[in-house]
Design a binder for this molecule. Structure first.
Ligand code: MTE
Ligand code: MOS
Length: 776
């Protein structure tokens, strides 16, 4: 159903309250972080005296002033809160300042004197590989004997794919406001995807216990994975300043600082070797994935694991061997970003298929189709999970028809033969994306539903709203499960004192997990309510008792289905419950059933289910400038029975566009000293309105409910990110057309205009050479 996003009106009217909008009294201090200008260096000395003495400065803190642990590593404790004697990336925090105004804080920053002894820095993945500084153990997932099958395969291809970083570019930068309470108590209003972890980190650095810290998150102005762990930093820093000054302290990072200091999507280098037959059927594949983790572990190991779990994308590969290494470098610790490693893994697989097609002079869509996981056979992944409810064949048939793919392919070939300087390209790509946290215990959620005497309802749950519409969907779930209208329900700000020990809102599982927890709480409440109301109806007509099982709640009315004359408005009934001493508040809980994952063996059923989607995209490339334009993109995405059709469609569109940015224009550049060169929107190019396809057709697969999630819906936050690969490979197809598809274009992520032009030039020079030495 369609129902507007809970913030739709409030966003445009400016009434939505973000952390920076929270009204605080005149005691408020502004926090500022002094960070390293070196990628790797020893700290010789830190002089904060002059800064401390500046009028209007209330605190200047170094690691020595941390009362608890100097640590904020979320999974592995390898991330100091403030650098002591070593910095490992540009942007690493060293000194904290709290001052009465932003201007005074900046002035104080200028007075802080830090002396460094620079050390050698490792920045890029190739140097990192040569140094072999790993953040965790080498991981392997395998089935069969890829090595042996590769040796006997009729055709083989080897190669590598490089994928770049990506800046999250949430509109609201990392922000936290801390307010001191009684004794050690502290309340943090944090723009975090993970309030429970933010609470834990604050408690750890302050040396206090979790029951003294409350973290509240009303909404984030975007997160995209960038606030899954790294929102903890601003929270920890503002909490330290708050505790030191006993005044409210807010840190809102400036855009440039945010971009310089925080981690990005992990750049990957992926080496592959694939064996296939003359039809293009893949027989064996060896893939080794290397990720650039930055200077600390953060979520790198889980991200690498997801990349490895998506090395197959949609294809059954009998003999397969996948290894993964996360490398330590001197960049800010790279972190979660929509897709969480999945996009990197899938990009390599789609590159492989694209290359097989060019090698065999076949259409890549056909190669994709014949390698799809089967329905009854060839349906087990390289990590042992059966691909159930496989929607790939139906999606393929539908999009081939609706996009008129094969006919357009012919028209494009004709266009390309008639045009020397403009070339068109087209590509089809599918996606299969596993839904669940691969760290199995994280697949749990809690809720607290309160019904008040007037019949209104306040829903608390552990998920966070970042624009994806979780709170709107939760409201709709509560309304449908309880049988009362939307207008009677409010979804509360996420608060660690209402629902404790929650998981991050991530892995696209926010609605699946929290929606189920809310349903559980409502089921409990409905049990109590229907029992009381059955007794009440019976009291009025003892001869013909009402049975609890027959009591229904619908459209704000409670009635006996066997005897519809017996009814009562919902709000009246709630008042009655209260007078009869029935508790109208309940917690709810959910854990994903039936998943298991043996990390060591690389085998099991890590996912509750898979999300699927397909995309066809067509582009036009100006071969003289490298400029490209997206002529048309068709997406068909499987979101089960959507809880909110409009929101899900918006997620599909937004994810594709964000993926497009990563695949095309968003090039994160560091200089040889590890300084980020493009740390503002004038140099870092996220997609704008001109970059969306001229003809953009997004549809959700209709009428195929998902039995594995709340109200038959399906997770949709990340899977459609991968649809951008159709556009990316369409650009490659157009480049390939320059050489009549005889040469493999040089290609990577991002395919910037410069890369496209270079790649075309390279093909042109190969064509000149091949006049003398014909191919084959
Ligand atoms: N959509 C918006 N508007 N803003 C965001 O920050 N984050 C994405 C996705 N969609 C994001 C978004 C990411 S990375 C994830 S994991 C999911 O939303 C998380 O929310 P969900 O689990 O409720 O889908
Ligand atoms: Mo999303 S990258 O799982 O926060």
């Amino acid at each position: 159903m369609n129902f507007p996003h809970d913030s739709a009106v409030r966003h445009v009217s400016g009434e939505s309250v973000y952390v920076d909008d929270i009204l605080v009294n005149s005691q408020l201090l502004i926090g500022r972080v002094v960070y390293s200008k070196h990628a790797h260096a020893e700290i010789k000395s830190v002089d904060i005296e002059a800064a401390k003495n500046l009028k209007g400065v209330h605190a200047v803190l170094t690691y020595k002033d941390i009362p608890g642990q100097n640590q904020m590593g979320p999974v592995i404790h390898d991330e100091v809160c403030l650098a002591a004697d070593l910095v490992e990336c540009v942007g690493q925090a060293i000194v904290l300042i709290a001052a009465e105004t932003e201007e005074i804080a900046i002035e104080a920053e200028r007075l802080v004197k830090i002396e460094f002894t620079p050390l050698d820095a490792v920045l890029d993945i190739r140097t990192a590989i040569s140094k072999n500084m790993l953040l965790g153990p080498v991981r392997t997932m395998q089935r069969g004997d890829a090595e042996a099958v590769l040796k006997s395969a009729p055709y083989t291809i080897t190669g590598e794919l490089e994928t770049g970083a990506q800046e999250h570019w949430y509109l609201e930068t990392q922000t936290c406001l801390c307010i001191p309470g009684e004794q050690q108590e502290i309340t943090a209003y944090s723009s975090t995807q993970h309030p429970s972890e933010t609470q834990a980190i604050i408690a750890e650095v302050l040396g206090i216990s979790k029951n003294e810290v409350v973290v509240e998150t009303r909404r984030m102005g975007g997160a995209f994975g960038g606030k899954e762990t790294q929102a903890n930093w601003t929270a920890a820093w503002s909490a330290l300043l708050c505790q030191a000054t006993k005044r409210p302290v807010k840190i809102r990072l400036f855009r440039d600082d945010d971009q310089i200091m925080t981690g990005k999507r992990h750049p990957f280098l992926i080496n592959y070797e694939v064996g296939f037959n003359a039809e293009g059927q893949i027989l064996a594949m060896k893939v080794s994935q290397h990720s650039n983790g930055g200077c600390a572990t953060d979520l790198s190991l889980a991200i690498l694991e997801r990349a490895m779990l998506h090395a197959d994308n949609c294809y059954f590969i009998p003999d397969i061997h996948v290894t993964g290494k996360a490398h330590k470098t001197n960049l800010p610790s790279n972190t979660a970003f929509r897709g969480f490693g999945g996009p990197q893994g899938i990009a390599a697989m789609e590159t492989i298929i694209d290359r097989i097609a060019r090698d065999l002079k076949k259409d890549a869509a056909e190669i994709r189709r014949i390698n799809f996981y089967g329905i009854d056979s060839n349906n087990v992944t390289h990590y042992g999970q059966t691909v159930e409810l496989n929607r790939l064949p139906v999606l393929y048939d539908k999009i081939m028809q609706s996009s008129d793919y094969f006919n357009r392919r012919k028209l494009i070939n004709k266009f390309n033969s008639e045009n020397e300087f403009f070339k068109k390209g087209i590509a089809f790509t599918p996606v299969k994306f596993g839904i669940s946290f691969t760290t199995s215990f994280l697949n749990q959620a809690g809720a607290l539903v309160n019904i008040y005497k007037d019949g209104t309802i306040l829903v608390n749950h552990g998920g966070t709203e970042m624009g994806q519409g979780l709170n709107t969907k939760i409201l709709q779930i509560a309304s449908a499960e309880l049988g009362v209208s939307h207008s009677k329900i409010k979804v509360n700000a996420t608060n660690t004192s209402k629902v404790p020990n929650t998981s991050a809102t991530a892995a696209s599982a926010g609605t699946d997990l929290n929606g189920m927890a809310v349903k559980n709480a409502i089921d409990i409440l409905k049990g109590r309510i229907t029992e009381l109301i059955a007794d009440e109806f019976t009291r009025h007509s003892p001869a013909e008792p009402s049975l609890k099982a027959n009591i229904r709640i619908e459209n704000d009315l409670i009635y006996d289905a066997e005897n519809p004359g017996r009814k009562m408005p919902f709000d009246e009934a709630m008042n009655l419950c209260h007078f009869n001493q029935i508790s109208l508040s309940s917690t709810g809980f959910y854990r994903t059933p039936d998943i298991s994952w043996d990390k060591q063996a690389g085998w099991g059923k890590p996912f509750n289910y898979f999300a699927f989607g397909v995309c066809v995209s067509e582009v036009l490339v100006d071969t003289l400038t490298g400029f490209y334009k997206i002529l048309r993109t068709d997406i068909l995405h499987d979101a089960g029975d959507p809880i909110n059709h409009g929101i899900d469609k918006g997620q599909v569109e937004g994810a594709y566009i964000q993926g497009l940015g990563w695949c095309t224009t968003e090039e994160v550049k560091w200089n040889e000293k590890g300084h980020l060169l493009n740390h503002s929107p004038d140099t870092y190019k996220i997609p704008s309105i001109q970059d969306i396809p001229e003809d953009f057709r997004v549809e959700l697969l209709e009428g195929i409910p998902n039995p594995n999630a709340v109200r038959k819906s399906k997770a949709v936050g990340e899977p459609p990110f991968m649809h951008a690969f159709a556009t990316w490979l369409a650009i490659k197809d157009a480049i390939s057309a320059v050489g009549n598809h005889r040469f493999e274009p040089q290609f990577k992520i991002p395919a910037t205009n410069e890369l496209v032009l270079l790649s075309i030039e390279q093909i042109r020079s190969k064509m000149k050479q091949s006049v003398e030495i014909p191919v084959q």
